[in-house]
Design a protein around this ligand. Structure first.
Ligand code: ADP
Ligand code: MG
Length: 718
């Protein structure tokens, strides 16, 4: 590392050699080559790259090499790193030390068995009834396709081994297991499509994913004064400051020093972990930012996104900041999402979603497009469900984009090709983008893309990938990709089943494309997805508009979904039922925590502050009247304020009592689904009813007396 010197000799910035640090903490191919015998390296590589079955006999050698490398780098512990259905990752650390020998010395040990299999006590992780608490066994199983990595922090250096997490009977208890299963499904069916078009070289097709992560940063000292941020990750009270995001001056604005230092450290940490942190910018709302990596295989992309979220939070603490990953930390300004860019790329370098310059001639692409339209149209409910969490209920279909209705944006060029095929049965041309004319002699004329962008579509084609924009910022990107992989696998399978046996392939594929496009044209919408008109239009098209998480969850367990997932070996019926149960339960818990936090803040902080204020007002009115009994001094303003404040205070008290009752009532409901509906239908509106007078009071009461930092303090003074 070098330090650039400022004029007065002070270090002004620390420069790093990115190439040198990139992947430094990853057990990657270079390290494996160094530490593993050639034969073992080859076998492991075959599993990682070709999906071949792992030869368990190499586990001991790999474990040994991993341990040597980790210890060379200062590691003392290892952990199986997994992704249970809690939304965050889990880990249990073990040190490498053996029991002391007769002389009291220890050695550092790590066996193949310890690498391959872990057995955390699984009874405390959500299982949705898949496992009774007395059947506590759960296994973590090494996923060698995602490289082990070293985590450096105050605990020292820990070797983290990405693992899948299953129950004693083999049911998935995590995000990774179904994802890996869905990757097998889409791989197999995509290869069938490629073979139909004469490709004999591809051995594997893997979904590629680039998740764009949005987040907020607030000052940690202020964060610690807000119980809502601490317990719920979002503000539950808060009047809008005089300025919001209306000037649009934050989006892509210059990055301030404090944030810059933070982003720089985040990047360095991520690069060391082999995460290709690439893009960073300020987002639409004040204090909101975004980080995007370069896309990668979906399994790595999912793991890396977990590391990104972890790193964003960890590094924030070192800069006196707190990172909020919640989907809607502040009402009234934009929330945060995670755009999931998805494409299908073969090991011989073909992106099945690349239309080329002249899509009308690219029959393979048109078939793939038709299949994706069919998949999204048939399973819009599953896609919508995959982006549901309690936080995202405040974005999807609420005052902010994207809408809760699933539709596909394909852009002008593709829509034109689809129209040609649907209307005349023949596509003869593709529109091109033409030149960008700026009217300035010194600026070069550029070739334009054939299609403009559409920021309002939940599922947008962006050149050579689809961007699913509904995913919540705090959520794992595994579920949406499980859905995408599996639903597209089914559409590919149905196409391949028919086309493989067709007598005249060219005619059959032509007919199939026309049929697919015509049958599923209703899912295409290129207009403004935020408009009320679209909601009506979508209804006439028969597209589902699923407004909330509790309404979305049933999609998981429809007969259609069970059949789909069982056919492709992604989920069993029992696993789906358990996931629905876990989600209902998670929703209820999230709202329960929010409601109880509001009760706490209202009762112990806001109401006492307002009482102090009204008391002061009343005392000052009394004092003035005493000092000036002839009524010469006007106290009408104070009196009015006192009346207004007192009225709002009693509104608050009433709303608080009602929220307390409803929260207790819903909390006592046994069944997770009924309980979730109770929280959604009764507690959420009661929370809004409590918030309204409190936010008005915040605008009246002396700022000195208000018990916690305001929106303005939080989002403009970072
Ligand atoms: P855009 O501005 O079109 O959304 P970006 O370059 O900002 O594109 O990319 C957004 C994310 O999409 C990045 O993570 C990027 O690596 C990823 N991405 C780009 N191409 C692909 C692809 N073919 N498949 C999946 N993700 C991709
Ligand atoms: Mg994008």
């Amino acid at each position: 590392m070098n330090y650039e010197k400022g004029e007065d000799g002070e270090a002004v910035s620390e420069t790093v050699n990115v190439v040198e640090i990139f992947g430094k903490n990853v057990f990657n191919e270079t390290v494996m080559r160094d530490y593993l015998p050639k034969g073992v390296f080859k076998k492991l590589k075959k599993t990682i790259e070709d999906g071949a079955e792992l030869d368990p006999s190499i586990a001991d050698v790999v474990a040994h090499a991993m341990k040597d490398w980790a210890i060379d780098r200062g590691a003392t512990h290892y952990t199986h790193w997994f992704q249970p259905l809690t939304g965050v990752t889990a880990e249990k650390h073990d040190s490498f030390i053996s029991a002391p020998d007769a002389e009291g010395k220890v050695i550092m040990e790590f066996s193949g068995k310890e690498l391959i299999k872990g057995e955390p006590d699984a009874s405390s992780f959500p299982s949705g009834g898949l496992r009774a608490t007395f059947e506590a066994r759960g296994y973590t199983v090494w996923d060698c396709t995602s490289p082990a990595f070293l985590r450096e922090d105050t605990l020292g250096v820990t070797l983290c081994i990405p693992t899948a997490f299953c129950s004693y009977t083999g049911e998935a208890l995590d995000q990774k297991t179904p994802l890996l299963r869905s990757m097998q499904a889409i791989d197999k069916q995509s290869l069938r499509i490629l073979r139909l078009f004469g490709n004999t070289t591809a051995k594997r097709v893997v979904p590629s994913v680039g998740p764009e992560q949005e987040y907020f940063l607030v000052d940690r000292a202020k964060y610690l004064q807000r119980k809502d941020l601490i317990y719920a990750g979002r503000t539950l009270f808060g009047a809008m400051p005089p300025k919001g995001q209306e000037l649009e001056d934050h989006y892509f604005g210059a990055i301030r020093e404090r944030i810059g230092a933070y982003m720089k450290e985040v990047n360095q940490e991520l690069w060391k972990l082999g995460v290709t942190s690439k893009t960073q910018h300020n987002e639409a709302a004040p204090a909101q930012h975004e980080l995007a990596p370069i896309y990668d295989q979906v399994n790595l992309a999912v793991d890396h996104n977990q590391m990104v979220m972890e790193t964003l939070k960890k590094v924030a603490g070192r800069h006196g900041l707190t990172c909020l990953l919640h989907e809607k930390p502040f009402a009234g300004v934009n929330g945060s999402g995670k755009h999931n860019n998805w494409s299908l790329i073969s090991d011989d370098g073909i992106n099945l979603l690349n239309p080329g310059e002249t899509p009308h001639e690219n029959i393979q692409f048109l078939l793939v497009l038709g299949c994706i339209m069919k998949a999204v149209d048939n399973y819009a409910d599953l896609l919508r469900e995959s982006a549901s969490d309690a936080g995202n209920d405040h974005r999807l279909g609420a005052n902010e984009a994207p809408p809760a209705i699933i539709s596909i944006f394909v852009g002008e060029q593709l829509e034109d090709v689809i129209d040609q095929l649907c209307c005349t049965g023949e596509a003869t041309h593709s529109k091109s983008g033409g030149k960008l004319m700026t009217g300035i002699a010194t600026l070069p004329d550029l070739d334009k893309d054939a299609t403009d962008r559409n920021r309002t579509s939940p599922f947008a084609f962006t050149g050579n990938k689809f961007e699913f924009r509904m995913v919540g910022s705090s959520d794992s990107v595994a579920p949406p990709n499980v859905v995408l992989n599996t639903i597209v696998a089914e559409a590919f399978k149905e196409a391949a089943d028919e086309l493989e046996t067709a007598e005249d392939f060219d005619a059959a594929v032509h007919d199939m494309i026309k049929e697919l496009l015509a049958a599923h044209r209703r899912i295409i919408f290129n207009g403004n997805g935020y408009s009320d008109g679209w909601v009506k239009e979508a209804e006439t098209r028969g597209l589902p508009n699923i407004r909330s998480m509790v309404d979305a969850i049933p999609a998981l367990v429809t007969e259609k979904a069970v059949k789909l997932y069982e056919t492709f070996g992604v989920f069993t019926r029992a696993e789906l039922i358990s996931r629905a149960e876990v989600e209902y339960d998670a929703y209820g818990k999230a709202v329960n925590i929010e409601a109880r936090t509001m009760i706490d803040m209202a009762g112990k902080q806001i109401i006492p502050a307002v009482i102090r204020y009204t008391t002061q007002l009343a005392q000052s009115i009394g004092a003035i009247r005493t000092a000036c009994p002839d009524g010469m001094m006007d106290v009408s303003v104070q009196t009015e304020l006192l009346a207004e404040t007192s009225a709002l205070l009693s509104d608050m008290k009433r709303a608080l009592a009602s929220l307390e009752d409803l929260t207790a009532e819903c909390g006592s409901i046994e069944d997770a689904c009924t309980r979730a509906h109770g929280y959604h239908d009764k507690v959420v509106p009661a929370m809004e009813a409590l918030r309204a007078p409190a936010d008005r009071l915040e605008m009246i009461v002396d700022k000195e007396l208000w018990p916690f930092p305001s929106y303005g303090d939080l989002i403009f003074e970072v």
